[in-house]
Design a protein around this ligand. Structure first.
Ligand SMILES: *Cc1c(COP(=O)(O)O)cnc(C)c1O
Length: 240
């Protein structure tokens, strides 16, 4: 185990405090909100420091960078210490690595990618947890499924036995004012509610709404987020 780094520990504690305050303000149990530490561009040493401070879930955006770090962390930490979430755009020639090395894929937005992931989950591994990324800001983003195509994609993904659909993820346009942040997050909550009703009979438990980052986690939690993805507030500013 890495020795405890005071800065990472203090920053993590501040983020946990923010989550707790936002949850209480919304009349929610803070335990129902998971924290994914987004470690993209930071090395395995920083991840180990976060692990030493009690952090378990990590989010990565770039496949090659992530694979190197996952292997490096696994050299010194017991298996299962870290849970890896892929949150970046998915290229179809990288799905095998994702299916083999990650615990969650949060950025699924196409059936073709879902089918490939399903075929590539190694035998003996539990189904791969997936979230459908929704394009909640319209033309501002080229990633994510459009809200009006969400039902169809979700019903197709539910049919893929090696995938376990857990819910939805969104990245609202950056820099929106608080009213627009709330509106986007509220729309996500409504979309998840609608999907739950539509898929209610199929035995799937859509328990996850991944939204909220360093700058907007309070708004996301107020609107029902169950998983925030926080990079800068934990690891500091990224160089690239
Ligand atoms: C980088 C990133 C984050 C973290 O953003 P911060 O503003 O640094 O907290 C969260 N989600 C996704 C999908 C990201 O790419």
């Amino acid at each position: 185990m890495a020795s405890l780094d005071a800065t990472t520990q203090a920053r993590l504690q501040r983020v946990r405090d923010r989550i707790e305050r936002a949850a209480r303000a919304a009349g929610r149990d803070p335990q129902t909100i998971a924290l994914v530490a987004v470690s993209k561009t930071f090395g395995a040493d920083r991840i180990r420091q976060a692990v030493a401070a009690g952090q378990r879930r990590f989010g990565e955006n770039y496949v090659q960078e992530a694979l190197a770090k996952i292997a490096e962390v696994a050299r010194t930490e017991p298996v299962q210490t870290a849970e890896w979430h892929f949150i970046g755009p998915i290229q179809s020639n990288k799905t095998r690595e994702l299916a083999e090395r990650f615990d969650w894929i949060q950025s699924l937005d196409r059936l073709k990618i879902a089918q490939r992931l399903c075929q590539q989950v190694p035998a003996g591994r539990p189904p791969l947890n997936v979230l459908l990324q929704v394009n909640i800001s319209g033309e501002a983003s080229k990633h994510g499924v459009a809200p009006h195509q969400l039902s169809e994609l979700a019903s197709q993904v539910v049919g893929l036995v090696r995938l376990r659909l857990r819910g939805l993820m969104a990245i609202p346009e950056p820099g929106a004012d608080p009213a627009r942040q709330h509106a986007s997050f509220a729309k996500m909550r409504e979309l998840l509610g609608q999907l739950r009703r539509e898929l209610g009979g199929s035995g799937v438990d859509l328990d996850t709404l991944s939204m909220g980052m360093s700058d907007d986690l309070e708004a996301a939690i107020a609107e029902g987020s169950t998983m925030v993805r926080v990079g800068t507030a934990i690891f500091g500013a990224r160089k690239q």
